[in-house]
Write a protein that binds this ligand. Structure first.
Ligand SMILES: NC(=O)c1ccc[n+]([C@@H]2O[C@H](COP(=O)([O-])OP(=O)(O)OC[C@H]3O[C@@H](n4cnc5c(N)ncnc54)[C@H](OP(=O)(O)O)[C@@H]3O)[C@@H](O)[C@H]2O)c1
Length: 309
């Protein structure tokens, strides 16, 4: 397939480009920078200089291109979000950005569109001990002022992908990324400086190694069913307390301090993620329909490779 990849220079995009090329696809990678363009060309992709928030500029940049598919992997999150405002630019990429990419897809004759958001669309709360499947309500409004703006954008993202005429839209709902990527590095760095505490009570999170997240996107491009969301997470949900301790060990840092959850009140988004949310994602559908399975079944194997790399 001839694939336009938004976010081609990012954490997931950088993993995806070689995987797509290896699978025999041709990749056109969007970037806003000359440096990004040079990196893409070096890796074997065709650079497309465009800002996906500038609809006219994007359509101009892909004019004359014939495409089979468009993949949206762009975000504007740097590291671990602490405050709600850290997600606003990504919210816009999921809403207007998706609309602009769909316009580019239609202009170029692409019929497949893969987009992504993440597990917190199920809600920043305790989901109990049962595995959360894609049949649960996703990105519902009414979760509180801080959260509704993120929910609206995740809903708009999937709704547009699934309902645009002539487009086979597929959505990935990723677990939390870790591996050789900025937020894992940042958390390890905080752990080394003893600034990453274990908060009690601790939430439960579903993780996915960035290499596996990229592989899932390639599988979705090739085999995803139109109009279908897929959860993408590894085999073992983990308590945030255990995960923080494992990060510290992998970083060669001392044992983290334990603090009461209320101490994180100054960073409400982080607190919601680390202490209030308990979620065990089921990726059964992705295994069954995409033939995907994580190469790193748990964070233990994944963090070991991270520590060595
Ligand atoms: N599930 C999760 O846990 C989750 C989900 C999302 C992100 N994150 C975290 O967020 C961090 C960032 O990772 P990432 O790979 O998504 O981001 P990143 O490494 O910062 O890359 C963002 C990508 O989006 C592109 N982009 C951003 N705004 C754009 C725009 N207006 N027009 C065109 N392209 C645009 C960038 O392209 P150029 O800069 O080249 O133009 C780049 O390719 C990571 O630490 C990751 O762990 C986590």
């Amino acid at each position: 397939m001839r694939v336009l990849l938004a976010g081609a220079t990012g954490t997931i995009g950088t993993e995806m480009v070689p995987q797509l090329l290896h699978a025999g696809h041709e990749v056109l990678g969007i970037t806003r920078s000359e440096r990004g363009a040079a990196r893409l060309a070096e890796s074997g992709a065709i650079p497309i200089n465009a800002d996906m928030m500038d609809r006219e500029g994007l359509l101009r940049a892909v004019r004359g291109q014939r495409l089979d598919a468009v993949v949206h992997q762009a975000t504007a999150i740097t590291g671990t979000p602490l405050f709600h405002r850290d997600l606003y630019a990504t919210d816009r990429l999921r809403d207007e950005g998706t609309a602009n990419l769909l316009a580019a897809a239609r202009q170029s004759g692409a019929t497949r569109f893969v987009t992504q958001s993440f597990f917190l669309g199920y809600g920043y709360r305790d989901h109990g001990t049962e595995p959360v499947t894609e049949d649960r309500p996703f990105a519902e409004p009414g979760q509180g002022r801080g959260y509704d703006v993120h929910m609206r954008s995740m809903r708009a993202n999937e709704h547009q992908a699934f309902s645009t005429p002539g487009i086979e839209g597929i959505a990935l709902r990723y677990g939390m990324f870790y591996g050789p990527e900025p937020s894992t590095r940042k958390l390890m760095d905080l752990a080394r400086r003893r600034l990453l505490p274990v908060a009690r009570p601790a939430g439960v999170v579903s993780l996915v190694h960035v290499h596996d997240a990229a592989a899932a996107a390639v599988a979705a491009l090739e085999r995803g069913r139109a109009g279908t969301p897929y959860n993408i997470a590894d085999d073992e949900p983990v308590g945030f307390d255990d995960y923080v301790r494992a990060l510290a060990r992998a970083a060669g840092a001392p044992e983290p301090r334990t603090v009461p959850a209320w101490l994180l009140a100054a960073t409400p988004y982080l607190k919601a993620m680390m202490t209030n949310t308990r979620i065990r994602l089921s990726s059964e559908r992705a295994r069954r329909e995409l033939g995907w399975q994580p190469g790193y079944p748990t964070y233990r194997e994944g963090l070991l490779t991270r520590a060595r790399s």
